[in-house]
Design a protein around this ligand. Structure first.
Ligand SMILES: [Ca+2]
Length: 172
């Protein structure tokens, strides 16, 4: 019975895909179901094996954003390549999300040494906002994507509040 339901689900999904044409999948496709069902203002985009959840209109400190993503075994987004970074910015613009959103990058432990959520060091700097000594300012150690100037901005981790982007492994 359960297997039958699963097959039926796949059939419906395939039919829906055929209807929407050109094999483009719905954005939720591949994102963890429990995450998609979680409440709040949000949208999803899948790129490769990563599902990105844009939690909008929920302005919180960096740590709260981190915890929210981890609740569903995700992390804050880690756009490790320019391609992924540009994709996230494009998605924000496309959905008129024009305020900065937290991503999983910080230099809390050592000033100027930026690390991703998984502990690896940040290698590409193409999008870093350099203004008035930034990004090397103590007291501003957490990063957000800013779709207005297409750059990374560092903010005070606890006193600044922003929406955020979570990242999950795509479910097969
Ligand atoms: Ca800093």
């Amino acid at each position: 019975m359960f297997a039958f339901d699963a097959n039926l689900h796949t059939l419906i999904a395939t039919a829906l895909q055929a209807l929407t044409g050109t094999g483009i999948t719905t954005v939720e496709n591949g994102c963890p179901t429990n995450v998609v069902k979680s409440v709040g203002s949000q949208f999803f985009s899948v790129l490769g094996d990563a599902c990105f959840q844009f939690v909008t209109n929920d302005d919180v400190p960096f740590e709260t954003a981190q915890k929210t993503c981890r609740q569903h075994n995700g992390t804050l987004a880690m756009p490790k390549t320019k391609y992924i970074n540009d994709f996230l910015l494009q998605e924000m613009q496309r959905r008129q999300q024009l305020k900065p959103m937290w991503i999983g990058m910080q230099d809390t432990i050592r000033e100027g040494i930026y690390v991703w959520e998984d502990g690896s060091q940040v290698r590409h700097w193409g999008n870093m906002h350099y203004f008035n000594g930034e990004p090397f300012s103590s007291g501003e150690d957490c990063l957000a994507l800013n779709p207005l100037d297409w750059q990374w901005h560092d903010f005070d981790c606890s006193n600044e509040k922003h929406s955020f982007i979570c990242q999950y492994d795509v479910q097969s």
